[in-house]
Ligand binder design. Sequence first.
Ligand SMILES: NC(=O)c1ccc[n+]([C@@H]2O[C@H](COP(=O)([O-])OP(=O)(O)OC[C@H]3O[C@@H](n4cnc5c(N)ncnc54)[C@H](OP(=O)(O)O)[C@@H]3O)[C@@H](O)[C@H]2O)c1
Length: 153
Amino acid sequence: MKIGIIGAGNVGTGLTKLLLPRGHGLMLSFHKEGEKLRSTAAALGTRAGTVAEAVQFGDVVVLATPWVATAEALGQVGQVPKQKILWDCTNTLKPDMSGLSIGTTTSGGEEVAKLAPWARVVKAIPPFAEAMRNRSEVGRERSDLLSLSRIFT
Ligand SMILES: NC(=O)c1ccc[n+]([C@@H]2O[C@H](COP(=O)([O-])OP(=O)(O)OC[C@H]3O[C@@H](n4cnc5c(N)ncnc54)[C@H](OP(=O)(O)O)[C@@H]3O)[C@@H](O)[C@H]2O)c1
């Protein structure tokens, strides 16, 4: 399966490390620095692109951005000719982790769905990036991430 990833930080690169060895095609996007994005992707053995390119590339798109940068990232998608599945990994945390950025009248998933009318949004928060880095721990715990990543196998 082709998977486009928006956000090349802990979650985006952690999922890349899990999914690439299973034979999926991946494209990472959305770094503050283009050169860092290219070197991160090259070190992982995968492609780098713009957000629009990653969405065009993916049969499934993973959203792994800090909440504060989510609207900016989804604003870079452009025209998407056919509906895609968007796996939304975001938490609506404030940058200082002091609480949530949105209140109780809406949710992160609903807000992402408004920002991504081209997508069918699936909200699924993976475990901490540290658990993704330690594959044996993920396997032992049979976490939600493992269940979700099995969708792609
Ligand atoms: N970390 C976890 O264990 C974990 C677990 C479950 C869910 N989540 C959620 O998953 C999402 C991603 O978390 P993460 O830990 O992967 O985040 P992260 O490591 O901070 O990665 C964020 C990515 O977005 C990029 N980015 C581009 N423009 C940005 C901007 N204006 N401001 C901030 N970042 C920008 C960053 O680029 P640069 O590298 O150039 O900064 C980086 O590639 C968050 O919503 C988080 O709450 C995280």
